[in-house]
Design a protein around this ligand. Sequence first.
Ligand code: GSH
Length: 233
Amino acid sequence: MTDLSAFPITHKWPAQHPERLQLYSLPTPNGVKVSIMLEETGLPYEAHLVNFETHDQLSPAFLSLNPNNKIPAILDPNGPGGQPIALFESGAILLYLAEKTDQFIPPEAIGHYETIQWLMFQMGGIGPMFGQLGFFHKFAGKDYEDKRPRDRYVAESQRLLAVLDQRLQGSAWIMGDAYTIADIATFPWVRNLIGFYEAGELVGMQGFPNVMRALAAFVARPAVIRGLAIPAR
Ligand SMILES: N[C@@H](CCC(=O)N[C@@H](CS)C(=O)NCC(=O)O)C(=O)O
């Protein structure tokens, strides 16, 4: 029987199936990257809800795994060399799961590193910039009189969308015919920009037809449909 008691996070979120990978998350654009990836790979896992309303992400148990107090995080009892491994940062988790399962990252070196490059483009660009746009357009920042911060993030989001649209010209996915972790990282954020942030019109999404076409294909995937609702709130 796998024993995860050395990981304090399992005291607050007990594992019913300690031999399975444990996911600590919430269905936000960063959280669903990992639930979608897990659904796509078919790896057995157990999902635990980290409730922001009760500040679960600031609890000592959660901080013991991620001192940066953000979801998603995982604990894989069967990590490298059969040892348990705990990870945070969605990009690092996607890469770990891709390499663990040999799925959703091309095996040949050039395609492998280009996929990582586009994953970093999402992690360093799309995620943080769209997130700031959401703050200034939909949340507390929308009441600021000075619209320059909002306009700056609108312009930067449009620039990033143009780069992505150009990349997707004539390609089903970011890496061509291959659906990869770069897509799994990126499209939850594009979906969120249009849906939850209600910023589709603001950034002129209709001007990015390749992004819209790939987003439609992404959200139609059965694993994506399932992953978007995990963990159940
Ligand atoms: N770079 C991190 C960002 C994670 C992140 O921002 N998570 C948000 C939800 S989408 C969060 O946990 N916020 C809680 C907080 O800031 O207290 C990643 O990709 O994993």
